[in-house]
Every structure is written in C-alpha cells, then in structure tokens.
Write a protein that binds this ligand. Structure first.
Ligand code: TXE
Length: 452
C-alpha cells in the first residue's frame, strides 16, 4: 500500500520533517504502510490553509453545504466495501462488523446531518416587545481528534456537523488507524472539494494532537479518546477559552433484573459485552445480575460467549477479531491477571497464554472473550476501564443495591437494563446516573433498529 500522507490545502504531502511511522495489521503484526509523522509545523501549515478557506466556506449557504454532505455520503457509499476492508485491516475488527457498523455508519453520519439541517426551523421568539433571532454561525477553524476503535465512524461524526455549520477543519486520526481518514481525504479530493476546508494531519498525539489543541487560531476542539488524554486536552484548551467537546471513557453497567427473559436477551447481552472486542466506549463491561437468577444466567451467558467465532478478521464468519495492538493486548491481559489476584474466578476466556486463540497468526493481538465472576463490585478490575473483551459479573439482592452498584463508578457514559417489564426498566433507568440508558437493547440509535 502507498504511504499515507497529510492532506493540506487540497494536496497530499509528506510530513515537513520527512519522518514517518508505521501502521500495523493487528491480526498479523505486519506493517501495512508508512504514515506521515507530522509535528507542529505541519499543523501550522494545515491551520493556515483552514484559516484561509474559512471566509469563503463560511459564506456558502446552508443548502450548498447540505449538497456537499450528500455528495460526500454518495461517494463513500459507492466505496463502502473498500472502507470496510481498510477498517478491518487497520483495526483487526471482523469484516462483517466493519461493513455493518463502520462503513454504513460513516455514510449515515453525513446523511444524518444533511437531513438534520433540512429539518431545522428558523428560530425567533418575542420577548418584552422585541423579536429575538437565533442565527447559527461558524466558529471558524476547528480541531478534530479521534481514536482507533471506530476510526471513520467517529471522524465522520465530527467532520459532517463541522462542515455543515460552515467551519473549516484540521483533523487528526489515531496514529494506530490512519487508513480510512486518508480514504476520506482522497474521496474529498476526487470530488474537488474546496481546498483548505478539510485538512488532515497524521502523527502521534503529543506531537500533532497537542499542537492542534494549542494552536491559537483553532477555536474549537472535538476530542474522543482516553480519559487521561482528555484531561490534558482540557487543561490546554480551557485557559485559551476554546469551545471543547470531550467524549472519554466508560465503565458501563448492564443490569439484568430478576424477570428478564434470559434466552431472548442473550444475543443482546453478548453484543453489549463484546462488540468490537469490547472496544466501544458504550460496551457494558460490568454485568449486574439479580442473585435469584445469577447461576442460571452464568450458565447461559458463558455458553453464548463461548459460541462466539473468534479468529481471522477477514473471514466472513468471524464475530470477534483482535484488539487494536499487542500493547493493548498486554494491558487487557494485565487486568485479567489483576481480576484473578483480586479474588475473581475465570468463568471463560483468559490471557493469550492460558486461553489461546487457535488457527491465527501468533503475532496477532487475539484474545478470547473473557468473563470473570466473584469479584467485589468496588475492586479495581470492576471499576477501571479495560476497553477490551473482558466483563465482570456481580450479583445483587435488591434493586436498591443494583442502583448503588451501577452508580459506583466515576464514569457516566452509558448503561442498559434488561427486564420483561418495560415500565420497570424505565423506572430503573431513571435511577442510573449515566448519560444514555438502553432498556432491553444496546447501542440502538437508528430508526427502525433492533431491540424491543
Ligand atoms: O487513546 P488516546 P488511546 C480509551 C480506552 C483506551 C484508552 C487509550 O480506555 O484504552 O482510551 O486509548 C490523540 N493532545 N478510549 O491510547 O491516547 C491520539 O493520537 C491531543 C476510549 O488510543 O486518548 C488519538 O488520536 N491529542 C475512547 C486520540 O488522541 C492527543 C476510544 C485518542 O488517543 C494527545 C478509544 C494529546 N496530548 C480509547 N495524546 C472512546 N471513548 O471511544 C494523544 N492524542
């Protein structure tokens, strides 16, 4: 594959320093290609281009920008299979998942914001005899920084609304997964998208991401990634009074009430736990189950988890591929060992040594889906984000106790409740101190999606 270059002012360039880094296939450990290893100088060039383009792009009409979003969606949709293949190669996620989630959602993000804009009424309201008009104006140059778990999905989620509102962009994808961001740049280039409106700078977080956050001309930052990095981003951006959006980690609870129809919901529970090898910030990594059904739940859950097809991400039948890298595998394995040290029982799975995935490259970052029981809900394994295919299971003896356990975390991103009684589920959901709670479903955001 050709080297991945920066996209600045409508042209592809190597890093100004000439340096490169490598992107690796996590299923084989093989280098896929080299990537521009940029620094503050490249960010300065991209920002200057974005700033130059800001006036003309900001002056386009909403209708023109909607038309661009639709054109981009059409172009990506026509290449959905390529996007899925690139994403699967770069992340180690199963090709079927990359098609269904990453490629489809990246297209849908552009369509969603185009439709959203069409549906926005003009807002005016009278107040004390005066008429107030609400205008939506561009911020200017915005910095978009994204992680490796859902590369184009999360990048497009930021790019589409930023473009729609007339902003120009300096974006940085994760250094671990640059391929689909590069594909987006190439797609825009083929469409003759106006130069300078979308700029892409590749490289490491402290060298490129930090330079984006620090650049005085960049007025807003949208960041998705680790909580520790989010803290650095916030500490840098806040004193500069930048607009800031942060989406960070999660340690989400999946709560199973005593009336839950286990056979019907097992598929959803496995999905909530192990989609993308558990590397979705919304995955449920703490399963809280009523003690009355705990034992039967464990039997059914372990059976369902063991039925997951773990293996080569490029095979159609694979349901779980690798984690993102060997380094991340080592981090996840350290939590599996910690869970056992803290008194947990391994119900299925384990480290690559104790529970190897067979028939795959030994250089691949493969792990079996792992379930640990018998842990105190307050222990380190049960409260820190692992971001891998590991869930802990905890029994509760009353709904009050379940609420306390669900809320005993410093995170508050998402959760789910499973019950035969939807009203009961809603009542429980209201008591969870978390941003999103799904009842009898998980990651259900699409109209007409699955769930009940
Ligand atoms: O994230 P990082 P990583 C969590 C998960 C995971 C952990 C670390 O717990 O184990 O984060 O993942 C860029 N200034 N999530 O190491 O380092 C970096 O180059 C500006 C949750 O990948 O936070 C990348 O582009 N940017 C998450 C992006 O930030 C910096 C999904 C995220 O990298 C920077 C992924 C800096 N100083 C991981 N340092 C979710 N909520 O979806 C790094 N970056």
């Amino acid at each position: 594959m050709k080297p991945v270059l920066n996209y600045i002012n409508g042209a592809f360039h190597p890093a100004l320093s000439g340096q490169t880094l490598e992107t690796v296939n996590p299923a084989t450990g093989e280098v896929i290609t080299t990537v521009a290893r940029s620094n503050a100088d490249d960010v300065a060039a991209a920002t200057a281009a974005a700033n130059e383009a800001a006036t003309s792009w900001g002056a386009t009409t909403m209708e023109e920008r909607i038309a661009w979003l639709e054109r981009i969606a059409d172009a990506l949709e026509a290449e959905a299979e390529t996007i899925a293949q690139l994403e699967s190669l770069d992340t180690g996620k199963p090709i079927a998942l990359a098609r269904k989630v990453d490629a489809a959602r990246s297209v849908a993000n552009f369509r969603f914001f185009a439709t959203y804009a069409k549906e926005q009424p003009e807002v005016t309201f009278a107040d004390h005899g005066a008429v107030n008009h609400v205008h939506r104006s561009p911020v200017g140059v915005v910095g978009l920084i994204t992680p490796w778990n859902l590369p184009l999905y999360l990048l497009s989620w930021k790019v589409a609304p930023a473009l729609l509102m007339g902003n120009t962009i300096v974006a940085k994808p994760s250094e671990l997964t640059p391929l689909t961001a590069d594909f987006l740049a190439k797609s825009l280039d083929r469409l003759d998208f106006p130069p300078g409106v979308f700029n892409l700078v590749h490289g490491y977080g402290p060298e490129v991401g930090q330079a984006i956050v620090e650049h005085p001309i960049i007025r807003a930052i949208s960041f998705t990634g680790g909580t520790a990095t989010g803290k650095i981003v916030a500490a840098t951006a806040a004193p500069m009074f930048k607009k800031l959006s942060l989406e960070l980690g999660g340690k989400n609870a999946t709560v199973i009430l005593d009336d839950a129809p286990l056979d019907d919901i097992m598929d959803g529970l496995v999905r909530a736990s192990f989609t993308n090898s558990g590397q979705v910030c919304l995955c449920g990594s703490r399963v809280l189950v009523d003690s009355k059904i705990h034992d039967v739940f464990i039997t059914k859950f372990v059976n369902a988890v063991e039925a997951l097809q773990v293996g080569d991400p490029s095979l159609e039948a694979t349901q779980m591929g690798t984690v993102i890298s060997k380094d991340h595998q080592a981090k996840v394995e350290s939590y599996i060992r910690l869970g056992l040290e803290e008194g947990g029982t391994l119900l299925t799975g384990g480290t690559s040594e104790t529970a190897p995935v067979t028939g795959v490259s030994q250089e691949g970052a493969f792990l079996r889906p792992t379930v640990i029981g018998g842990l105190d809900a307050a222990c380190q394994t049960a409260t820190e984000e692992i971001f891998g295919p590991v869930v802990t299971v905890h029994a509760f003896s009353s709904e009050d106790e379940a609420v306390t356990m669900a809320n005993a975390t410093e995170y508050g991103l998402a959760g789910s409740v499973w019950t035969a009684d939807v009203e009961r589920g809603h009542a429980f959901a209201k008591r969870m101190e978390t941003g999103i709670v799904w009842v009898n479903t998980w990651l259900n955001r699409e109209k007409g999606g699955r769930g009940r």
